[in-house]
Ligand binder design. Structure first.
Ligand code: NAD
Length: 400
C-alpha cells in the first residue's frame, strides 16, 4: 500500500505507520534525555493511544519506569484502509518499549463498556496486582450506552448565542469563518454524557469494587480552560459544560479516595495543542497557531511529551504543584500568563490569508497536525510501498 495524506473536512482519513513510529520514537527519545523521577509503578491510561494520553504513557514508562495498560478505540488496517494513527502509535510504542523490563499492555475497544472495564480488571488482577494511577484522557464524539444500545453524540456548540469563529482549512490553507449555533438542552446533556465525568467515575468505582487500587492511589483527568478568545466556543460552550462535570466528579471522588486510600482525584488543565481533537474545535487552529508563535518567541514552548513529563514529575508526584482556587492543577500557567495571552490575541487579529504561513507558529501547528498522522517526516519515503500486514502482525494486544 502507498500511503499519502488523505484529508476530508479537515480530518485525516488515513495514517502512515512509519511516520507514526517516528512520532512515538521522537517522544521516547525526548524522555530518555530527561532525569528520571519516583512516580507510580502501575498505571492505567484510558485513551493512551494518541495526544495527551500517549504523551502521559511515554513520559511515565520512560522517566518513571512504570508498567502501563492502555485502553483505546483504534482500527487496524483492513483492505484499502491504512489503520488509524492511534493503532500505529500503539504498535510503535510496544515495539520500542520491548527492551525495557516493564510490562505494557494494550486493550482495543470501547472504554465506555463495563465489559471492557471487567477485562482490564481481570488483567490487573493477574499481571499487575494493584494500580497506582489511572489517567482518564478520553476524547470522543460519541458514547454508546451498553445497557440500552442507545448512542449519544457530543457537539461543539455555544450555549445561548451564535458565535462566529475562524478556522484554518488544512487543504486550501485558507482562513474560514465559521458560525457556531447554540446547543439545545438535549445536545448539552448529550455532550456532558460523552465528555463529562460519569464514565471516569464508573471506571474508578469498578476498580475500587474489585479491590485493585493501591494505597496512595491517584487518578487524573485533563481539562481545558483557555482564555478570552476561545471562551465563547470552548469554556462557555457545550464542551465547557462537559469539563465542568468532569471537574465536579473529581471533587466528589477526591474525598472518597482520600478517606479510603489516602488517595487523590485530580484535574489538570493542560495547554492547547495540535491533536486530533483540537482541530475539530472552531477558533482553536488559529488560536493554537498564534499561541505557538508567541510561546516560541517567548521561549516557553514545550512539546506535548515535555508538558506531561512536567505534570507528573513536578505537579503530581513532585512538590511544585500549582493549584487554582478550584483545586485544579494549572499546568497551563504559561499559556494563561497575561503577557502570552495578550500577545496571542494581538497576533490573532493580525493573521490573515496572505501572511498566515509566514508565522513560525502556523508552520509548527500544521507540521504537528501532519506528524500526528505520520506525514511530513523528511526521513520517510512516501512513494514507497508499505506492508501494513507485516508491520501489524506482531502487535500483541487484546481486542474486545
Ligand atoms: P486524542 O483524540 O488525541 O485522544 C483520544 C484518546 O481517546 C485516543 O486514545 C482514543 O483511542 C481514545 N478513545 C476515544 N473514544 C474511545 C472509546 N470509546 N474507547 C476507548 N478509547 C477511546 O485526544 P486529546 O486531544 O489527547 O484529548 C485527551 C484529553 O485531553 C481530553 O479530555 C481533552 O479534552 C483534553 N485536553 C486536550 C487539549 C488539546 O489541546 N488537545 C487541551 C487540554 C485538555
Amino acid at each position: 500500500m502507498i500511503i499519502k495524506p488523505s484529508i476530508r473536512n479537515n480530518l485525516f482519513t488515513n495514517s502512515h505507520p512509519l511516520g507514526c513510529e517516528k512520532n512515538v520514537l521522537n517522544q521516547i527519545e525526548t524522555m530518555k534525555k530527561k532525569p528520571t523521577f519516583e512516580g507510580p509503578k502501575n498505571v492505567l491510561i484510558i485513551g493512551g493511544s494518541s495526544g495527551y494520553g500517549l504523551a502521559s504513557r511515554i513520559s511515565l514508562a520512560i522517566a518513571a519506569n512504570a508498567n502501563t495498560i492502555n485502553v483505546s478505540f483504534e482500527s487496524a488496517p483492513k483492505g484499502k484502509r491504512s489503520g488509524t494513527a492511534g493503532f500505529w502509535n500503539n504498535v510503535a510504542f510496544q515495539k520500542h518499549i520491548k527492551n525495557t523490563k516493564n510490562k505494557h499492555k494494550d486493550f482495543l475497544g470501547d472504554a465506555f463498556s463495563s465489559e471492557m472495564k471487567s477485562h482490564v480488571i481481570d488483567y490487573v488482577n493477574k499481571e499487575f496486582g494493584k494500580i497506582d494511577l489511572v489517567i482518564y484522557s478520553l476524547a470522543s464524539g460519541a458514547r454508546k450506552n451498553h445497557e440500552t444500545g442507545e448512542v449519544r453524540y457530543s457537539s461543539i456548540k455555544s450555549l445561548d448565542k451564535d458565535v462566529v469563529g475562524k478556522t484554518l482549512d488544512v487543504i486550501t490553507n485558507k482562513i474560514e469563518e465559521l458560525t457556531v449555533t447554540p446547543a439545545t438542552e438535549q445536545e448539552i446533556k448529550d455532550t456532558v454524557y460523552v465528555m463529562g465525568g460519569s464514565d471516569w467515575k464508573e471506571w474508578i468505582k469498578q476498580l475500587d469494587d474489585a479491590n485493585v487500587l493501591n494505597n496512595n492511589f491517584k487518578t487524573i483527568a485533563y481539562t481545558y480552560i483557555g482564555g478570552e478568545t476561545t471562551k465563547d466556543i470552548y469554556r462557555e460552550g457545550t464542551l465547557g459544560k462537559a469539563k465542568e462535570d468532569l471537574e465536579i466528579t473529581a471533587k466528589q471522588m477526591n474525598n472518597e479516595l482520600q478517606e479510603k486510600y489516602n488517595g487523590e482525584a485530580l484535574i489538570s488543565s493542560s495547554k492547547a495543542v495540535a491533536t486530533k481533537a483540537s482541530i475539530y474545535i472552531p477558533q482553536m487552529p488559529i488560536y493554537v497557531a498564534a499561541l505557538y508563535d508567541t510561546m516560541i518567541k517567548e521561549n516557553v514552548f514545550e512539546s506535548i511529551v515535555e508538558h506531561k513529563y512536567r505534570l507528573f514529575k513536578d505537579m503530581v508526584y513532585g512538590n511544585k504543584r500549582l493549584l487554582d482556587s478550584s483545586n485544579r492543577i494549572r499546568l497551563d500557567h504559561q499559556e494563561m500568563d497575561d503577557n502570552i495571552q495578550n500577545k496571542t490575541k494581538e497576533l490573532m487579529y493580525q493573521i490573515n490569508d496572505s501572511n498566515i504561513h509566514e508565522y513560525k507558529g502556523t508552520q509548527v501547528f500544521l507540521e504537528e497536525l501532519y506528524n500526528l498522522n505520520g506525514f511530513r517526516y523528511d526521513e520517510i519515503d512516501y512513494d514507497a510501498e508499505v506492508n501494513v500486514k507485516e508491520l501489524s502482525a506482531k502487535y500483541d494486544h487484546i481486542r474486545l
